[in-house]
Ligand binder design. Structure first.
Ligand code: GLC
Length: 421
């Protein structure tokens, strides 16, 4: 399959390239910058959500699964981007958000049966939301209490409802018909919950990944990761055919086999969160390597940027590690030039504190980094220090190191090539 040893580049559309001066990145901007991806030598890119959204969770609260948010452009712009990408041999992945909609999605008003409701007048159990607080909120329309694994503005879909399954299959087919090559499947370990809504037990301390707030106090064995998830995944697979499905499964590596029955890849989150220490990295990598089908990843739009997390001195070896491991590798936009976390915004856009990891791409040394001619929604961090233009062609630069490693992947991949430090 094309993706087996592919390098995939994650684009955060709001922060990649603005084409119309409104300070927010858009699809035409992405198309204008495809040469950067071709130059880097990646095989594909994944777009974080581009659908209409009230932005409670910056696009991960979808209010229409089969449209483009006007801030990003139109379906025509999307078709043009896909065609331009394919012309350059680049494949296109979208972000599929099957676990919840926006509270403003018409389904929430018109099809309440597609969501999960408490059988009592209040929370029926102790489940905690991922960004803090209880996972149950009272419906503003007075219909009782609904479940939300993330923000209250993101009611969870009920994957035990055949209507939900069919609707999401239609979404997959809609985008495949427009030429997309696959999907990153958001928060997929949570899509099927315990049918009896049993309490999650207190945290045993064994969970290997960071969790926020109250969610860290529980082991999420009933609020998600139920065995029946394989049926939901089989339905997604049926609609997707042989398109690539990469799962965001925020669990220990040992839980991944269930997901790999129907997904092609799952992200190696223990690697993403590993301290930069040889032994710890080895411990994170080995079990994932044994599964054979993980997507190696060192950062994304939810967590501190690679340069901030591991330190600028380790960026070259981090690139070597990511791009030498056998299998598919994901690069978060900007990591190839060493972008660091920024100050975010005050007041914050994202209530969970993730603005800092989402500052715009830095293309050149001008004050807005070539990202926009307008006022950027988040300011670039340090375009005068780090930008694509300055690094391009400089053999000592991080960008050229990434490029070199990517071009040499065919002959230079395997654990024997891992950096020695
Ligand atoms: C995933 C996304 C994250 C989002 C969450 C809820 O973890 O990566 O940005 O907040 O799902 O959709």
């Amino acid at each position: 399959m094309w993706w087996e040893d592919a390098v995939v580049y994650q684009i955060y559309p709001r922060s990649f390239q603005d084409s119309d001066g409104d300070g927010i990145g858009d699809l035409r901007g992405i198309e204008q910058r495809l040469d950067h991806l071709a130059y880097l030598g990646v095989d594909a890119f994944w777009l974080s959500p581009i659908y209409p959204s009230p932005l409670a969770d910056f696009g991960y609260d979808v209010s229409d699964y089969t449209a483009v948010d006007p801030v990003f452009g139109t379906l025509d712009d999307f078709d043009s981007l896909v065609a331009a990408a394919h012309e350059r041999g680049l494949r296109v992945l979208l972000d599929l958000v099957p676990s919840h909609t926006s509270i403003e999605h018409p389904w929430f008003r018109e099809h309440p049966d597609r969501y999960i409701w408490s059988p009592v007048d209040g929370p029926p159990n102790n489940w905690a939301a991922a960004f803090g607080g209880p996972a149950w909120s009272q419906d503003p329309g007075g219909r009782g209490w609904y479940l939300h694994t993330f923000y209250p503005e993101q009611p969870d879909l009920n994957w035990r409802s055949p209507e939900v399954v069919r609707a999401m299959q239609d979404v997959v087919r809609f985008w495949l018909a427009r030429g997309v090559d696959g999907f990153r499947v958001d928060a997929v370990n949570g899509i099927v919950k315990d049918a009896d809504l049993r309490d999650d037990p207190p945290a045993s301390g064994a969970f290997p990944l960071p969790l926020m707030g109250d969610a860290a106090e529980l082991d999420h064995v009933y609020s998600g990761n139920r065995p029946e998830v394989t049926e939901a995944l089989a339905a997604l697979r049926e609609a997707a055919g042989d398109a690539l499905l990469v799962g965001e499964v925020y669990l220990a590596t040992s839980e991944y086999p269930r997901y790999l029955e129907h997904l092609d890849l799952v992200f190696a989150f223990e690697l993403l969160h590993s301290p930069w220490d040889r032994q710890r990295l080895r411990k994170a990598i080995e079990p994932a390597l044994a599964l054979g089908r993980v997507a190696w990843v060192l950062s994304n739009h939810d967590f501190p940027r690679l340069a901030t997390r591991v330190g600028e001195d380790h960026l070259r070896e981090a690139a070597e590690l990511l791009l030498s491991l056998p299998g598919t590798a994901f690069i978060y936009q900007g990591d190839e030039i060493g972008l660091v976390d920024g100050p975010g915004a005050d007041p914050p856009f994202d209530r969970a504190g993730r603005d800092r990891h989402r500052h715009p791409m830095q293309w050149d040394a001008t004050p807005n980094g070539g990202f926009t001619t307008g006022t950027p929604w988040l300011p670039p961090v340090d375009p005068e220090r780090r930008n694509v233009e300055a690094q391009r062609g400089d053999p000592a630069s991080l960008l050229e190191h990434y490029r070199d490693l990517i071009s040499r992947r065919p002959e230079r991949r395997g654990t024997e090539f891992l950096p020695e430090w």
